[in-house]
Ligand binder design. Structure first.
Ligand code: NAD
Ligand code: UD1
Length: 336
C-alpha cells in the first residue's frame, strides 16, 4: 500500500488515479483543508476502485502511528501542504507549522514504523530566479518567500536524513507549473475564491465567471514581453510519481528531480492556446508586473528521462483542452 498524504487535492487525486492504473493501492490521509470529500467517488468512477480515506492531519502523530501500524504501507507520497505564495508571506507561521512541522511529524512516524521510502512534492520555486537556460537540478537554490523557504527547509531535512541513514530512499520532485485535468473531466483544480494562478483564471474568464484577465507585465525580457513558464499536464506529473515509485527500490540516496516539459510558453501563448481549445475569446489587459514574479524559467527534464524513464506526453493544446473540459463540466468545481 502507498500512503498518499494530501491525496484528495489537485495533484494527489490525479496521482491516486495513476497509482491505481499502475496496480498500486493508495491510502489517502487528508484533512480536507483544501479539498472535497466527493473526490473519492470521482476516483472510483474513473478507476473502479475507491481508495481507503482517513480524514486527519499530518501533524497528528498519534493518528500517524495508528495508520502505520494498521496498514501495510510500503512507501509514502507526500503532497499534504499549503501552497499559496501570497498567503505564506502574510501568515508565515501557518506555513512553517503546516508544511515543515507536518512533514517532520510524518517522517518521524515513518522512521518509527520502519517505512523509509518517500516521494516529496517540491517546486521549481526553490530555484528562485529567472533563467533563459533550461534549469537543471544542480542550479543554485534560493527561497524568495516563506512557501519556497518551507520547501527548501524540507529538501535540506530530507537530504540530511538520507545521509545519516542510507536505508532511507527518497525522491524530491520539483514540479514546474502544473495545469490541466484528467481527460474524464471528473477531477481537476478547484481553487478557493479568486484564482492566483494563470490557467484557473483564464478558464473562469472563458466560462463567464470573470470579465477579463490581467496580464501581469508586458515588458519582460521574453519573446513577447510576457512571463514565460514551463506548464506541465497534471497527468504527466502524476505518472512522474509512479515512475519515481518504481525507481525507489534501486536507489538509496536522496534524489532531486525536475518534472517539467522543457518548453517555455508566455502568458500570451497560453491565452492563444486556450482560445483555440475553448473557441472563446479571452479579453485581457496588460497591467503592471506582479510583485515577486520572474521573467522566464523552464526545466531541463533530462534527469527524469534518464533516471526515471519518464517524459511528459501532453502538449500545451492538450493541457488547455483538458482544463476547459473540466471547467465546463464543473463550473463551480466540486460543488457542481
Ligand atoms: P492542493 O491544495 O490541491 O492539495 C493539497 C492537499 O493537502 C489538500 O487536499 C489539503 O486538504 C491537504 N492538506 C494540507 N495540509 C494538510 C495537513 N496538515 N494534513 C493533511 N492534509 C493536508 O495542492 P496541490 O496543487 O495538489 O499540491 C500538492 C503539493 O504539491 C503541495 O505540497 C504543493 O506545495 C506542491 N506543489 C504544487 C504546485 C502547484 O502549482 N499546484 C507546484 C509545485 C508544488
Ligand atoms: C506560482 C507560484 C509558485 C508556484 C507555481 C505553481 C507565485 C508568485 N508563484 O508560480 O511558487 O510554484 O505558481 O504553479 O504565486 N499571470 C498573469 N495573470 C494572472 C495570473 C498569472 O499574467 O492572473 C502570469 C504570471 O505573471 C506568470 C504566469 O502567468 O508569468 C504564471 O503565473 P502563475 O500561474 O501564478 O504561476 P507562477 O507565477 O509561475
Amino acid at each position: 500500500m502507498i500512503l498518499v498524504t494530501g491525496g484528495m487535492g489537485y495533484i494527489g487525486s490525479h496521482t491516486c488515479v495513476e497509482l491505481i492504473n499502475a496496480g498500486f493501492t493508495p491510502i489517502i490521509l487528508d484533512n480536507l483543508c483544501n479539498s472535497h470529500k466527493n473526490v473519492l467517488e470521482r476516483i472510483e468512477t474513473i478507476t473502479g476502485q475507491k481508495p481507503t480515506f482517513i480524514e486527519g492531519d499530518i501533524r497528528d502523530s498519534e493518528l500517524l502511528n495508528k495508520v502505520f501500524s494498521n496498514y501495510p504501507i510500503d512507501a509514502v507520497i507526500h503532497f499534504a501542504g499549503l501552497k499559496a505564495v501570497g498567503e505564506s508571506v502574510q501568515h508565515p507561521l501557518r506555513y512553517y507549522d503546516n508544511n515543515v512541522v507536518g512533514s517532520l511529524s510524518l517522517v518521524q512516524a515513518m522512521e518509527k514504523a520502519g517505512v523509509k521510502r518517500l516521494i516529496f512534492s517540491s517546486s521549481a520555486t526553490v530555484y528562485g530566479c529567472s533563467s533563459t537556460e533550461p534549469i537543471t537540478e544542480s542550479f543554485s537554490t534560493k527561497a524568495v518567500n516563506p512557501y519556497g523557504q518551507s520547501k527548501l527547509i524540507l529538501e535540506t531535512m530530507f537530504t540530511d536524513i538520507c545521509h545519516a541513514d542510507p536505508e532511507w530512499q527518497m525522491v524530491i520532485l520539483r514540479y514546474f507549473n502544473p495545469i490541466g485535468a484528467h481527460e474524464s473531466g471528473l477531477i481537476g483544480e478547484d481553487p478557493n475564491g479568486i484564482p492566483n494562478n494563470l490557467l484557473p483564471f483564464i478558464s473562469q474568464v472563458a466560462i463567464g465567471k470573470r470579465d477579463k484577465l490581467q496580464v501581469f507585465g508586458g515588458d519582460y525580457d521574453t519573446h513577447d514581453g510576457t512571463g514565460v513558464r514551463d506548464y506541465i499536464h497534471v497527468c504527466d506529473l502524476a505518472s512522474g510519481h509512479v515512475a519515481a515509485l518504481n525507481h525507489l527500490p534501486y536507489k538509496s540516496n536522496c534524489l532531486a528531480v525536475n518534472l517539467g516539459t522543457g518548453k517555455g510558453y508566455s502568458v500570451l501563448d497560453v491565452i492563444n492556446a486556450f482560445e483555440k481549445a475553448s473557441n472563446k475569446k479571452i479579453p485581457y489587459d496588460v497591467v503592471e508586473r506582479r510583485l515577486g514574479d520572474i521573467d522566464i524559467y523552464f526545466a531541463d527534464a533530462s534527469l527524469a528521462n534518464s533516471l526515471l524513464n519518464w517524459q511528459a506526453q501532453f502538449n500545451i493544446d492538450d493541457m488547455c483542452r483538458d482544463t476547459w473540459r473540466w471547467q465546463q463540466k464543473n463550473p463551480n468545481g466540486y460543488l457542481g
